[in-house]
Structures are given as structure tokens and as C-alpha cells.
Design a protein around this ligand. Sequence first.
Ligand SMILES: *Cc1c(COP(=O)(O)O)cnc(C)c1O
Length: 433
Amino acid sequence: MTDRTDCEALDRADPLASLRDQFALPEGLIYLDGNSLGVLPRSTAARVATAVEAEWGRDLIRSWNTAGWIDLPLQVGDAIGTLVGARPGELLAADSTSVNLYKVLSCALRLVAASEPGGIRRTVLSERTNFPTDLYIADTLCRELGFRLELVDDPAQIPGRLGVDTAVLMLTQVHYRTGALHDMAALSTAAHAAGALTVWDLAHSAGALPVDLHRDGADFAVGCGYKYLNGGPGAPAFVWARPDHLARLDALDIRQPLAGWIGHAAPFAFTADYRAAPGIRRFQCGTPPVLSMTALAEGVRTLQAAAPLGGMAALREKSLALTGLFLALVDARCGAFGVGTVTPREAAARGSQVSLTVPDGAYAVVQALIERGVIGDFRAGGATPGDPDLMRFGFTPLYTRFVDVWDAVEHLRTVLADGLWRAPRFQARATVT
Ligand SMILES: *Cc1c(COP(=O)(O)O)cnc(C)c1O
């Protein structure tokens, strides 16, 4: 049986323990929400202050060249690329995940339509419980371009559902509610065998586990900068496309749908006609948000610092140890209070979060935990039948300790055992949950 002393020993033996020093974590706080907003890196405030005071304040517009502002989207993109199996120059930091998804899904659908003049492939296949913005964007594009969005209730139905009518399989690699991890290689292979393209959303996988876009057969990918990449609230997202698809877009004269001047081959030629920049750069639309991009660069640096210690593979090993410990301790110490989990117990089938259910009061339990210094979050159920209210706990291996797991479970046990969550102040729902 594990106790707190065992957890302290795990922390002492943890080869990644020093990575936590990169973060400005408030004293005494157990932060289990890095899957929603990563922690502020210590270096970010000073780096952003330099960008504000010296680069903007003193050097002004010269900084586009002298401080390399204009190169940031590709530079930060290359750094993110090392985490997800993209090659240099293939990945771009830009816009939001939603906007990037709109751009790549539009390209994927137009590529399929161009190769299918008969118009048989007219379906975008996804999960009904996929993150809503992904579904809204897909539905909007389907309406615009004459496709249909088809949603499966159970991911096990995906391989059987792929067929001659499937244009694109669009999935989020790690499910935002359950933490379930898709097998990207197997599903991409199945999609390609059916003649479909794949679009992968890495919002909950980039920086959380090793991703290899080339090896695992992704065609297009997008992901989020403010979760496991620690880029700060509203950080730029990222976008990737397999290079041969970009060549096909060129050959077929298909534009990304938000063709703007920064994605032009020669923005400062100021020509009246649009000509797409070569490669991924075309997925830029307008001027990049330099201050946010600067903060994102610092966030991604905290992950690159793990490279000499084993990189994403080592981070994954620790992440699974943390989530495995949390599951085991919750079973052993909170099981009597009816706590359940919707997260796969098989390590290979989950991401870096664990989502729990309670018979009653999931929102209030999360609020009571937050008051005690344990930050997780709440995701309301009910959007689809049989879908419970969830308490989500993210375990970012860069800064989460094994004692944090122990202490979080002890707080949860106390909140449940003593019914602390029933206090009226924990019942009122805030706008952001
Ligand atoms: C967090 C998340 C997003 C966020 O999209 P924004 O455009 O940044 O608001 C999109 N998709 C998934 C799957 C997410 O988890």
C-alpha cells in the first residue's frame, strides 16, 4: 500500500523533478488543470517584458526585422514540431485551434472533392462527443461545401463506419472529457484504406505524450498553445499539413479559405493578386500576435528542456505513473464514496488526465477542492445521453509531483467524507467552469 512517504520517495527518484523549477507555481497550490491552462513559466514575464519595453517600446517597427518578429510563427512552429513529429518548416504557430481547424478541414475537403468529381465522398466522420468547437467548425464547412457531418456515439464504431462515402476522418487524439487516447496509427491506416483523409486535433496530446504525425499517417493536424504547451491564456495555436498535400493544393489551385496577406508568397510586394506562400506559411492569415507568440515560445521551451532527460518519452512515462497512481489511490481511498472514473485504466489508452464521477455534486466537489488549494475543473454532462458530470484532473508531468497526487486524493477524500461540498457557497456556477 502506497503512503505519502512512498510518494516523497518517488519524487526524490524522479529524473524529471528539476523541470518543475521552470515554473512560477504559487506556493502551496496543487495545480491539476494544465490540460486547460498550463502554468506560467518563470522566464515568460521577463521575456514578454523585453518584447514590450525594448522590442516594441524602444525599437518600434524595426523589430519586425531586428527582433525577428516576422519569423516567430515558423520558429515557434519548429519548436512545437519537435514534440509532434513534424520536420523543420512544416508546422506553423497561428490563430486559434478553431480557426486552424477551419483552414485545414476546408483544404482537406476541397482536395477530396477535386479528386472525386462524381461526388461520392461526402461525409466528414467524427465523434458525437468531440470538443464542440471542432463539431461546429466541421458542420459549418459541411454546409458551405456540400458535405455531411456524421457522428459516431462510440469510437469503436469508427473503423466499421469508414467507407466509400468518407471524405475525412476528423478526430481529437485525446478526448477532452474522458482522457481516452485514440490509436492514431491504426485509425489513419483504416481511413486511408477507405480512401479518406485524416485531420487530427492534438489539443490534449501535444506536449502531453509523444506524437509522430508522419509515422502515424496524419494528413492534417491542429493543436492548442495554452494547454500542455504553457503558452498562456489565448496563446496562438498551431497547424500542420503533410507536405505532399500542400503540393497537391498548389497543383489544383486550391487556397486555404482565409488567404490573407501574411500567407502571401510576397506580402511586401503588395500585389493585388493572391499567391500562396510556399509550404505551411500559407496558413497564416493576418499579422501574428507577437506578444502572445513570445509567451508561447517560452512555454514550448519548458518542454524542450526535457530533451536531455529523455524528452516526450520520459514525460509520457512520468505522466502515466502519475495518472496510474491517482487512479489507484482514488479507488483505494475514495471508492467508498461512490467515486467512479470514465478514463481508461489501460495506460496505453489514456492521455494525461483522469476524469472522475461522483453520485452527486461534481461541480461543488471541484469548488470545494479549489478552496482547499487543489485546482481541477468541471465539465457538465448531459450533452449526449448517459453522459455524466465530470471532475477533470490533468497531470502535467513537467511540474506535477507524486506527493501532489497523494495530497489531492486526501483532499478529495476529506471533501467527500465530511460532505464539505454541500456548503451553499460551492453550488453557484461561475461562467467558466
Ligand atoms: C481546447 C480545445 C480547443 C480550443 O479551441 P480554441 O479555438 O483555442 O478555443 C479546440 N479543440 C479541442 C479538442 C480542444 O480541447
